[in-house]
Structure formats: C-alpha cells, structure tokens
Design a protein around this ligand. Structure first.
Ligand SMILES: Cc1cc2nc3c(=O)[nH]c(=O)nc-3n(C[C@H](O)[C@H](O)[C@H](O)COP(=O)(O)OP(=O)(O)OC[C@H]3O[C@@H](n4cnc5c(N)ncnc54)[C@H](O)[C@@H]3O)c2cc1C
Length: 438
C-alpha cells in the first residue's frame, strides 16, 4: 500500500463521503464503465452519462490485447534511434501531420525527451503497476459477467522480418525479463508451430505469454455496463456540452439541462482535452489516431484457426487480432487532430504488409474505422482529483493501454476518493502534472 500525500487527496465538498453520495461519471468507454462500477460497489449512487451506448468509441475499435508487454511506451529509445526514418513520414508505425506537430510542440518536445532510457524505466514501472492491477481484475469481471468466451489466454506475438530487427528489439526483451513478464523467443519453425497460417517470412518472433486478448472489445464494455445497471447504476444518454459553473460539480448537456452530483469523474477518453479546455484548463495531450479494417481470413483454413492469438508485425506496423467480426487489422500511430480528415494511406499500406504475412481473404465490409489513443507527454494517464476543482476528478489519457487498464484505473481512483492508501503508487498518474488552469 502507498501512503498518500495531501496533494493526492481529492478536493471534496466538506461533507463528502463516497458511501451514499451521488457521483456522475462522464464517458462510458472501458475506463468510465469500470470507474462507475467500482464507485457503485463502494456505496455511491452512480450515474454514467454518454452520448452513445457504452463501449462504442475507442474502446470498441482497439486490438483487444490485455498486454503485460505494454509497459514499454511508444516514446522509448528505439523511437529516438529510428527518428531519421520516422521523419520521412512514410513509415508504417508512425506518421504525423507537420502542421499538427508544430502546433503541439508543448506536447511533442517533452514526449521525445521522455524517450530517453532512464525516463523509460520510470514510465515502465508506473505502467506495469497499473497493468498488473488491471488484468486479474478484468478476468474476475469477465467471469462475473459470464463473458469467458470473449477471453483468450494465449498471449500475443511480436514478429520480426530480419535478424537485424530482432536484434534491435533487445531493449524490449530486457525490460520484459526485468519486470518478470513471461515471454519466449521463437525461430521460424517455432512460430509456424504456434501459428500455422503465417507465411514463412518471419525468422524470429517473441511470444509474450503473459498477456490475454478479447474477441470483441466493445461487447465486453457493454457487458460490464449491463452489470453496472444490474447492480443499481444508472446509464443516462446525453452529450455533455460543458462543465457546470458554480460550487457543485456537474455538467451541462447539449440542450441546456444541468446534471449535478456530489462528485463528478470525467472519463471522456480523447475528448477530455476539448471538454477541459472549454472549462479553462490547459491539457497537453495528443491524439495517436489509428484505423481498423475487418477481413474474412483464409478461404480454406483447414482445421486451424486463421490466428490463435493477436500478432504484431513490427516491420508492417500493424496488429492483427482474431475477433468475432473477423481478422481485425489495426494500424500504427497517426499524430493528427481529433477532427482532421481521415487518411487511409497507413491502413492501406498495413493491409498490403499483412497480405504478405497471411491470407487475409476479402474484407468483411467496406468500413474503415478510426479512433484516437489519447496520450500525455509521459505516456501515463491522468487519474485523480483535479486541483482547484472541488468534487471533480479525471481518468483519461490511457494511450495504447486503456482497454487493458480500465479496472486498475477504477480501483486506484476509488481508493483515492475514499481516502484509502492506494494499491499502487499514484504519483506518476497525478493529473496536476499536466492539467492546469490556463
Ligand atoms: C487502433 C487502436 C488499437 C488499440 N489497441 C489497444 C489494445 O490492444 N489494448 C489496449 O489496452 N488498448 C488499446 N487501444 C487503446 C484503447 O482503445 C484506449 O486507451 C481506450 O479505449 C480508452 O478508453 P476510454 O474509456 O478512456 O475512452 P473511450 O472508449 O473513447 O470512451 C470515452 C467515452 O466518452 C464519451 N464522451 C466523450 N465526450 C463526451 C461528451 N462530451 N458527452 C458525452 N459523452 C462523451 C464517448 O462517447 C466515449 O464513449 C487501442 C486504440 C486504438 C485507436
């Protein structure tokens, strides 16, 4: 257990106690649904507001991996080493809009500075704690909700197309060993034993056994939301236009209705920046946009499934996950504004690379989905009370791991709100390290 210093404590109204108090949670993605359920179970009366049904945004379209290996942030020494190539802006893993990057230097410069080795070790420690807190909690919730058929506990595989690229991933293997994440290096035949449908173009693989995956991420969020309602929580449809002014926490919906409570928790994922900016806060958070497409897989897979587990083709810059909807191909990172027009060049290139690796078959439909991973400069989410804002907390900015870390986020926030000593060090996630009054 970690002690909490005064600055970590929420700033509640003087009479605030979680039990029997009213709490409003904005955003019914994986994070908001887990927060709502956790606070309900602590005795609060909780209303969860979203403009869409639960789990329809970023938490729907992701790759579904619950990965211990995600303790390694995108901004790591490998990113700095590859910077000259990345600047060409034609790579598979990372693209960017120059205009967006220049307008967001207050994010980009510290993001790059945090890629140095010494800093990454701290980030990995913080993320690993959150991930370790989350994955057993996910498994427990999945069982409570009777959704075991959505969960596969077979790990996931990093694929390397050359000796050189496998050699250059040494830091990842070192970190996995240091943090006790079970993994195994595979040669070509070993890879094909695990995934017989893969073409023999990968001389090396890294099987991260200490990971699981979910076959329909949106459906899992919906199942958690049904559980929340079954236990007495309220889901309200509504689009939040602004935070309500005045002493009592709350929001104003499109149309003018005010919804207020004793405490309000904002879990709006990528939209957190806009919502808080309109309330006068500076939020240096960027959007790592990503796309997905669904494919039918091999026409005649024989007795083996198209894929037994998600794969990450490190050169192709995509993740391919077996889902209920088909094989889901998710693209790498595109740094751009949330509302900027979609650009399908990266996912189209990822599709071509994936077709080299496996018989993808035809697309299931014409749709290309787009979502945004919300990322702070240190790749750690903001979880906790907002300074100078009585009764207001946040939980967003979970970059590539928000689907996996919803339950741990909820537990950490719940313990902080109750004034308990939290199960992991909350300091790396303090909102006031970035979110400040403008
Ligand atoms: C391509 C891609 C692949 C990914 N793969 C993985 C993966 O394999 N594993 C993993 O752990 N993570 C992955 N992620 C990241 C993960 O999806 C996100 O971190 C996570 O879904 C964020 O959850 P959230 O609840 O914070 O946000 P969201 O799921 O976006 O939920 C936010 C909710 O808030 C609502 N909302 C926002 N503003 C308002 C408003 N003003 N009024 C009312 N409602 C509002 C939205 O409608 C939405 O439902 C991936 C992301 C992408 C884009």
């Amino acid at each position: 257990m970690w002690p909490i210093c005064d600055a970590m404590k929420p700033v509640p109204p003087s009479t605030f106690s979680l039990r029997d108090s009213s709490v409003l949670v904005v955003g019914a993605g994986m994070v908001g649904v887990c927060v709502a359920l956790d606070l309900l179970r602590r005795g609060a009366r909780v209303t969860l507001i979203d403009r869409r049904d639960p789990g329809q945004e970023t938490s729907y379209g992701n790759a579904g991996v619950l990965a211990r290996s995600s303790l390694m942030p995108l901004n790591n020494p490998g990113m700095l080493r590859d910077l000259p190539g990345l600047l060409s802006n034609r790579g598979a893993a990372l693209r960017y809009s120059w205009r967006y990057l220049l307008a967001n230097l207050s994010w980009a410069l510290p993001f790059a500075a945090n890629a140095r080795r010494s800093r990454v070790a701290q980030t990995a420690t913080a993320l690993d704690q959150l991930i370790q807190l989350s994955i057993p909690a996910h498994k427990a919730l999945i069982a409570e909700c009777g959704q075991e058929d959505l969960l596969a506990e077979k790990g996931w595989i990093f694929l390397y197309r050359s000796e050189v690229s496998f050699g250059r991933a040494g830091l990842l293997r070192e970190m996995l060993s240091r943090f006790g994440v079970a993994h195994a290096a595979l040669d070509g035949p070993g890879l094909r034993d695990l995934e017989p449908q893969l073409a023999p173009i990968f001389p090396h693989g890294l099987w991260v056994q200490d990971s699981a995956s979910v076959r329909d991420p949106g459906a899992l969020v919906a199942a958690y939301a049904r559980r929340f309602v079954a236990e007495g929580g309220v889901v309200q449809a509504g689009s939040v236009a602004a935070l309500a002014p005045g002493d009592r926490p709350g929001v104003v919906l499109d149309g003018g209705e005010r919804v207020q409570a004793d405490h309000c928790v904002l879990c709006p994922g990528p939209w957190g920046k806009d919502l808080l900016s309109r309330a006068g806060y500076r939020v240096p958070m960027a959007f790592e946009r990503g796309y997905h497409r669904h494919f039918q897989g091999p026409a005649d897979p024989g007795n083996t499934p198209a894929l037994g587990r998600p794969i990450y083709d490190t050169a192709g810059g995509y993740v391919l996950s077996p889902m209920r909807q088909g094989l889901r191909l998710t693209s790498g990172v595109e740094l751009n504004g949330l509302e900027a027009p979609e650009n399908h060049a990266q996912i189209t290139r990822a599709e071509a690379a994936a077709r080299e690796a496996i018989d993808l078959g035809p697309r299931c439909d014409d749709r290309t989905w787009m979502g945004a991973r919300p990322t702070f400069p240190d790749s750690q989410p903001c979880i906790g009370a907002l300074p100078q804002a009585p009764g207001l907390s946040v939980a967003f900015g979970h970059q590539h791991i928000g689907f996996a870390t919803g339950p741990g986020t909820a537990r950490l926030l719940g313990e902080l709100l109750e004034g308990q000593s939290p199960p992991i060090d909350p300091t790396p996630f303090r909102p006031d390290r970035f979110i400040r009054r403008a």
